[in-house]
Design a protein around this ligand. Structure first.
Ligand code: CUA
Length: 313
């Protein structure tokens, strides 16, 4: 039985998951019992009351009060239970505890950005402490997305020009996958992220390190780390191969052909502009689909990325 339950739902890793699952199983098990009972009754009655001879005439039955009350009251009670249970679970699900730790979430085509209270930013990795309620305040930079963590049983649409929120309390350390569940364009299916649940202590250490950003690294090393950490490498290769965006390999100092027929030199200004306002100058043959990193990367980080790209000759 436990095996079967494991196959039906993803692991339950938040405080609310157990309650949501219990209601899910209640509805499914009750529906199955009713379906089974009704099907068996139909088959038995069809056999038992079949026409047995030429003059076997069915009597006219206008009604049966006892039966009609039974089959009205039992479903009514079941529906009231499901409504009451569902409503109380829903209210708990949309009401974060007042001491919840708040994280800002920004959906962009096609990545997830997380902003923490001390200014730390992470891309496609949501870091949270274990056993502490976390409230996510979410919005989109462009189109509709939807934020979904199956292991926590939380899901909510993410909209431009409006905030929505979800909350959860992770019950164990480890990783869980985050999906975008609103079709949002070419790379919708790649709009994945991971929650990383730390102990309270490790979470504070992670925050203090600026999310693993090390300002003591050499600029080129830091640039390489930032490109990995900010999901740049999902679209821009560093070995010359073609992905969604142009490769960084050998790009430095080259003449970049643009969609509008002009050319531009691949220098500091071009890289900076392309990070902050990606669609200002679109490389010929590529779609202008990159999200802006304004507010995600600061000037020193952009400098580091430039230094790293220079090394890719
Ligand atoms: Cu974002 Cu689908």
């Amino acid at each position: 039985m436990n095996r079967l339950i494991e196959y039906m739902l993803p692991p339950a890793k938040s405080t609310m998951a157990g309650e949501t699952d219990a209601l899910f199983y209640f509805i499914n098990v009750t529906s199955f019992i009713l379906l089974f009972g009704i099907t068996v009754a139909i088959i038995l009655f069809a056999w038992k009351y079949r026409r047995k001879s030429e003059d076997d005439i069915t009597p006219v039955i206008s009604h049966n009060n006892k039966l009609e009350i039974t089959w009205s009251v039992i479903p009514l009670i079941l529906v009231i239970i499901v409504f009451g249970w569902g409503y109380s679970t829903y209210v708990k699900n949309i009401t974060p505890p007042s001491d919840a730790y708040e994280i800002r979430v920004v959906g962009k085509s096609w990545l997830w950005e997380f902003h923490y209270d001390d200014g730390t930013v992470s891309v496609n990795e949501l870091h949270v402490p274990v056993d502490r309620p976390v409230k996510l305040v979410m919005s989109s930079d462009d189109v509709l997305h939807s934020f979904y963590i199956p292991d926590y049983r939380v899901k909510k649409d993410v909209l431009p020009n409006r905030y929505t929120s979800v909350w959860f309390e992770a019950t164990e350390e480890g990783e869980s996958v985050i999906f975008c569940t609103e079709y949002c364009g070419t790379s919708h299916s790649n709009m994945l992220a991971t929650t990383i649940v730390h102990s309270e202590e490790d979470f504070q250490t992670w925050l203090e390190s600026g999310g693993g950003d090390d300002e003591d690294m050499s600029p080129a090393e830091r640039g390489e780390m930032l490109i990995e950490r900010n999901a740049c490498a999902t679209c821009h290769s560093t070995d010359g191969s073609r992905l969604t965006g142009p490769s960084f390999q050998g790009a430095w100092g080259s003449e970049v052909p643009l969609e509008n027929g002009e050319t531009v030199e691949f220098d500091e200004n071009y890289v900076r502009e392309s990070i902050l306002e990606p669609n200002a100058k679109v490389h010929e043959g590529f779609q202008g689909v990159m999200p802006s990193y304004a507010g995600t990367l600061d000037d020193r980080q952009i400098d580091a990325i430039i230094e790293y790209i220079k090394t890719l000759q």
